[in-house]
Design a protein. Structure first.
Length: 223
Protein backbone atom coordinates (compact mmCIF):
# COMPACT_ATOMS: atom_id res chain seq x y z
CA UNK A 1 0.00 0.00 0.00
CA UNK A 2 1.32 3.43 -0.94
CA UNK A 3 2.37 5.60 1.97
CA UNK A 4 0.42 8.82 2.52
CA UNK A 5 1.95 12.16 3.46
CA UNK A 6 0.29 14.59 5.87
CA UNK A 7 1.23 18.21 5.19
CA UNK A 8 0.11 21.52 6.68
CA UNK A 9 -0.16 24.37 4.17
CA UNK A 10 -0.84 28.08 4.49
CA UNK A 11 -4.49 28.74 3.65
CA UNK A 12 -4.60 32.49 4.29
CA UNK A 13 -2.36 35.22 5.67
CA UNK A 14 -3.28 36.09 9.26
CA UNK A 15 -3.97 39.72 10.09
CA UNK A 16 -4.07 39.11 13.85
CA UNK A 17 -4.10 35.80 15.72
CA UNK A 18 -3.62 32.43 14.06
CA UNK A 19 -7.09 30.91 13.64
CA UNK A 20 -7.18 27.11 14.04
CA UNK A 21 -8.71 25.45 11.00
CA UNK A 22 -8.60 28.67 9.01
CA UNK A 23 -5.02 29.99 8.78
CA UNK A 24 -3.65 26.57 7.88
CA UNK A 25 -5.14 23.52 6.20
CA UNK A 26 -4.32 19.82 6.50
CA UNK A 27 -3.69 17.88 3.35
CA UNK A 28 -3.07 14.22 2.62
CA UNK A 29 -1.41 13.05 -0.58
CA UNK A 30 0.83 10.20 -1.75
CA UNK A 31 4.21 10.42 -0.01
CA UNK A 32 7.38 10.78 -2.07
CA UNK A 33 9.40 7.59 -2.47
CA UNK A 34 12.95 6.59 -3.25
CA UNK A 35 11.94 6.41 -6.92
CA UNK A 36 11.42 10.18 -6.87
CA UNK A 37 14.97 10.97 -5.76
CA UNK A 38 17.48 12.72 -8.00
CA UNK A 39 21.22 12.78 -7.47
CA UNK A 40 22.08 14.70 -4.30
CA UNK A 41 18.65 14.23 -2.71
CA UNK A 42 17.44 12.33 0.33
CA UNK A 43 14.00 11.10 1.36
CA UNK A 44 13.27 11.79 5.02
CA UNK A 45 10.66 11.19 7.70
CA UNK A 46 10.16 14.16 9.99
CA UNK A 47 10.70 13.30 13.67
CA UNK A 48 10.64 16.73 15.33
CA UNK A 49 9.76 20.20 14.09
CA UNK A 50 11.06 23.45 15.55
CA UNK A 51 8.48 26.18 16.24
CA UNK A 52 10.33 29.50 16.14
CA UNK A 53 9.26 33.16 16.45
CA UNK A 54 10.61 33.86 12.97
CA UNK A 55 7.89 31.68 11.49
CA UNK A 56 5.27 34.33 12.15
CA UNK A 57 7.24 36.77 10.01
CA UNK A 58 7.40 34.23 7.18
CA UNK A 59 3.61 34.44 6.89
CA UNK A 60 3.70 38.13 5.95
CA UNK A 61 3.79 39.06 2.28
CA UNK A 62 6.67 41.50 2.68
CA UNK A 63 10.27 41.64 1.55
CA UNK A 64 12.59 40.04 4.07
CA UNK A 65 15.71 37.87 4.39
CA UNK A 66 13.60 34.95 3.15
CA UNK A 67 10.66 35.04 0.74
CA UNK A 68 7.26 34.67 2.43
CA UNK A 69 5.51 31.32 2.56
CA UNK A 70 3.05 31.33 -0.33
CA UNK A 71 -0.65 30.53 -0.07
CA UNK A 72 -1.03 26.77 -0.60
CA UNK A 73 2.63 26.11 0.20
CA UNK A 74 3.77 23.73 2.94
CA UNK A 75 4.60 25.78 6.02
CA UNK A 76 8.34 26.33 6.27
CA UNK A 77 10.04 24.86 9.34
CA UNK A 78 13.29 23.35 10.46
CA UNK A 79 13.23 19.83 11.76
CA UNK A 80 15.09 16.69 12.74
CA UNK A 81 14.55 13.89 10.26
CA UNK A 82 15.40 10.23 9.71
CA UNK A 83 16.76 9.34 6.27
CA UNK A 84 14.62 6.71 4.54
CA UNK A 85 16.51 6.67 1.23
CA UNK A 86 19.48 8.57 -0.17
CA UNK A 87 21.18 9.57 -3.39
CA UNK A 88 23.53 11.89 -1.52
CA UNK A 89 27.09 11.18 -0.45
CA UNK A 90 26.40 13.13 2.74
CA UNK A 91 23.77 10.82 4.20
CA UNK A 92 22.67 7.22 4.16
CA UNK A 93 19.55 5.34 5.14
CA UNK A 94 18.97 5.47 8.88
CA UNK A 95 20.97 8.66 9.46
CA UNK A 96 19.54 11.52 11.51
CA UNK A 97 19.81 14.90 9.77
CA UNK A 98 18.76 18.48 10.43
CA UNK A 99 16.99 20.23 7.59
CA UNK A 100 13.93 22.13 6.44
CA UNK A 101 11.22 19.56 5.76
CA UNK A 102 8.47 22.02 6.61
CA UNK A 103 5.25 20.88 8.22
CA UNK A 104 5.31 17.59 6.38
CA UNK A 105 5.44 14.00 7.52
CA UNK A 106 7.76 13.08 4.63
CA UNK A 107 9.92 15.26 2.42
CA UNK A 108 12.68 15.25 -0.16
CA UNK A 109 15.68 17.40 0.76
CA UNK A 110 18.48 18.50 -1.54
CA UNK A 111 22.12 18.76 -0.55
CA UNK A 112 22.58 22.17 1.03
CA UNK A 113 19.14 21.95 2.62
CA UNK A 114 20.18 19.52 5.34
CA UNK A 115 23.08 18.99 7.73
CA UNK A 116 24.33 15.43 8.30
CA UNK A 117 24.64 14.02 11.81
CA UNK A 118 28.40 13.73 11.29
CA UNK A 119 28.58 17.48 12.02
CA UNK A 120 27.26 16.77 15.53
CA UNK A 121 29.17 13.66 16.66
CA UNK A 122 28.63 14.27 20.39
CA UNK A 123 24.87 14.80 20.21
CA UNK A 124 22.98 11.77 21.54
CA UNK A 125 19.39 13.07 21.72
CA UNK A 126 17.94 14.21 18.35
CA UNK A 127 15.89 16.88 20.11
CA UNK A 128 19.13 18.63 21.10
CA UNK A 129 19.66 19.43 17.42
CA UNK A 130 16.70 21.82 17.66
CA UNK A 131 17.41 23.18 21.16
CA UNK A 132 20.92 23.42 22.59
CA UNK A 133 22.41 22.94 19.12
CA UNK A 134 19.60 24.59 17.19
CA UNK A 135 18.96 27.97 15.59
CA UNK A 136 17.83 29.78 18.73
CA UNK A 137 20.87 28.64 20.70
CA UNK A 138 23.12 29.61 17.79
CA UNK A 139 21.54 33.06 17.92
CA UNK A 140 22.42 33.28 21.62
CA UNK A 141 25.98 32.12 20.96
CA UNK A 142 26.53 34.72 18.22
CA UNK A 143 25.08 37.43 20.48
CA UNK A 144 27.43 36.37 23.27
CA UNK A 145 30.41 36.54 20.92
CA UNK A 146 29.46 40.11 20.00
CA UNK A 147 28.74 41.16 23.60
CA UNK A 148 31.99 39.68 24.97
CA UNK A 149 30.64 39.22 28.50
CA UNK A 150 33.16 39.91 31.24
CA UNK A 151 33.31 38.83 34.90
CA UNK A 152 31.43 41.20 37.18
CA UNK A 153 29.44 42.91 34.43
CA UNK A 154 25.69 43.33 34.82
CA UNK A 155 23.90 41.71 31.91
CA UNK A 156 20.15 42.22 31.43
CA UNK A 157 18.32 39.69 29.27
CA UNK A 158 14.80 40.46 28.05
CA UNK A 159 12.65 37.54 26.97
CA UNK A 160 14.88 35.62 29.35
CA UNK A 161 12.66 32.54 29.59
CA UNK A 162 12.54 32.11 25.82
CA UNK A 163 14.60 29.73 23.74
CA UNK A 164 17.30 32.30 22.96
CA UNK A 165 17.27 34.40 26.13
CA UNK A 166 17.53 31.42 28.45
CA UNK A 167 20.66 30.19 26.69
CA UNK A 168 22.19 33.66 26.47
CA UNK A 169 21.78 34.17 30.20
CA UNK A 170 23.51 30.88 30.95
CA UNK A 171 26.43 31.82 28.70
CA UNK A 172 26.75 35.14 30.53
CA UNK A 173 26.83 33.28 33.86
CA UNK A 174 29.56 30.96 32.57
CA UNK A 175 31.56 34.06 31.68
CA UNK A 176 31.21 35.32 35.26
CA UNK A 177 28.68 38.09 34.68
CA UNK A 178 25.83 39.02 36.98
CA UNK A 179 22.63 38.24 35.06
CA UNK A 180 19.25 39.89 35.44
CA UNK A 181 16.45 38.22 33.50
CA UNK A 182 13.12 39.73 32.50
CA UNK A 183 10.14 37.47 31.87
CA UNK A 184 6.36 37.56 31.84
CA UNK A 185 5.32 35.43 34.80
CA UNK A 186 6.39 34.55 38.31
CA UNK A 187 6.76 30.89 37.35
CA UNK A 188 9.17 31.79 34.56
CA UNK A 189 11.17 33.99 36.92
CA UNK A 190 11.37 31.19 39.46
CA UNK A 191 12.64 28.81 36.77
CA UNK A 192 15.30 31.28 35.64
CA UNK A 193 16.71 31.69 39.14
CA UNK A 194 16.27 28.22 40.61
CA UNK A 195 17.10 26.09 37.59
CA UNK A 196 19.17 28.22 35.21
CA UNK A 197 21.13 30.14 37.82
CA UNK A 198 20.18 33.72 36.94
CA UNK A 199 21.06 36.11 39.76
CA UNK A 200 17.76 37.96 39.54
CA UNK A 201 14.61 37.48 37.48
CA UNK A 202 11.83 40.07 37.29
CA UNK A 203 8.25 39.84 36.09
CA UNK A 204 7.69 42.87 33.86
CA UNK A 205 3.95 42.60 34.45
CA UNK A 206 4.33 43.19 38.19
CA UNK A 207 3.20 46.56 39.53
CA UNK A 208 6.53 47.14 41.25
CA UNK A 209 8.63 46.12 38.23
CA UNK A 210 10.20 49.57 37.77
CA UNK A 211 11.23 49.69 41.43
CA UNK A 212 12.57 46.13 41.42
CA UNK A 213 14.48 46.75 38.19
CA UNK A 214 16.25 49.77 39.66
CA UNK A 215 17.13 47.75 42.72
CA UNK A 216 18.52 44.96 40.56
CA UNK A 217 20.73 47.33 38.55
CA UNK A 218 22.20 49.76 41.15
CA UNK A 219 25.34 50.27 39.06
CA UNK A 220 23.43 50.47 35.80
CA UNK A 221 23.73 48.01 32.92
CA UNK A 222 26.85 46.88 31.09
CA UNK A 223 25.20 44.69 28.45
Amino acid sequence: MARENLTITLAERPTADIVPGQTFSQNTSPAPSSANLKDGEILVETLYISLDPAMRGWLKDVRSYLPPVQIGEVMRAGGVCRVLASKSKHAQEGDIVVGYPGWAQYAVLQEGRFEPSSLYPKVKDPQDLLSSMGMTSMTAWVGARIAEFKPGETVVVSGAAGATGSVLGQIAKIKGSRVVGIAGSDDKCKWLVEELGFDVALNYKAEDFRKKFKEATPNFIDV
